[in-house]
Design a protein around this ligand. Structure first.
Ligand SMILES: [Fe+2]
Length: 261
């Protein structure tokens, strides 16, 4: 009798968790985060989203366009990973192209970097996405300079070096995989780093067990989402929008952020 009760309770908990995990990818969270210490009006506001993984993305481009219209940020930034599989990439391109249109209407720059799943994107496809790729170059905005780093993918991992940027501006490095910070020789000139890739764990488990089946370094140290100080660099890691491998999220809702500087 006791066993029946225990098994029933386990089954009920499993059913509740599965239900939540199936609903969560459909419930994006809009976060507003201040990355600088100073108060007052921000001098730069970036709308940041990452990791679409279009084949398992349940947050429409309309949602992001709505936030762009509502917030009117200075810059809209994409953090990489259009699609997990090449056969779905055209849908991802359409998704990004719609966001690009929204930005054009409001005259807001749309820039970004590619992720580890985007290594097969052709130059033409990248152009169709509609964002200005800032990998290995930089753009300036007021007192800030944003530069981007390419992602080599995971099969033959190469960690690249950021480009030189003007010394009189605060440097925001955009790189898909936050582990890059551990592989950059000199981080003194990187004031901020914006990343995605980890999906906030996607399916959270007790004792962070989910990170032991991944190869990433920072998550094993407890750094897998949100704002962190690593050395002198303020790092922000987005939970991203879509899902990888399974169409579920648990304890890690999809995220679109306004980052204030
Ligand atoms: Fe991803």
């Amino acid at each position: 009798m006791l066993w029946i009760i225990i098994l029933s309770v386990i089954a009920l908990i499993g059913f509740i968790l599965l239900t939540i995990a199936l609903i969560e990818p459909h419930r994006p969270e809009f976060t507003r985060v201040r990355l600088t210490e100073n108060g007052g009006e921000p001098s730069l506001r970036i709308l940041f989203f990452s990791d679409i993984h279009i084949e398992m993305c349940y947050v429409g481009s309309d949602y992001i366009c709505g936030l762009i219209k509502q917030e009117k940020p200075d810059i809209v930034l994409f953090g990489g990973d259009v699609s997990s599989y090449p056969k779905h990439v055209e849908n991802g391109i359409r998704y990004l192209a719609k966001i690009s249109e929204c930005c054009k209407v409001l005259n807001i720059p749309f820039i970004g970097v590619t992720g580890n799943h985007d290594i097969d994107l052709t130059e033409e496809q990248e152009k169709q996405c509609g964002f200005g790729n800032i990998e290995n170059r930089y753009v300036t905005y007021g007192d800030y300079v944003l530069s981007g780093l390419d992602d080599s993918g995971r099969l033959e991992r190469v960690w690249y070096t950021p480009v030189e940027v003007p010394a009189d501006k605060k440097h925001i490095l955009v790189v898909h995989d936050p582990d890059a910070i551990s592989h950059i020789e000199d981080t003194k000139r990187i004031d901020y780093m914006l990343s995605g890739h980890i999906h906030g764990g996607q399916i959270r488990t007790p004792f962070r067990l989910e990170f032991y089946i991944r190869k990433d370094d920072l998550p094993r140290k407890g750094i897998f989402k949100g704002k962190h100080l690593i050395g002198n660099t303020v790092v922000y890691i987005s939970r991203g929008l879509g899902c990888a491998k399974l169409p579920v999220r648990l304890g890690s809702r999809p995220e679109v952020s306004i980052l204030e500087f």
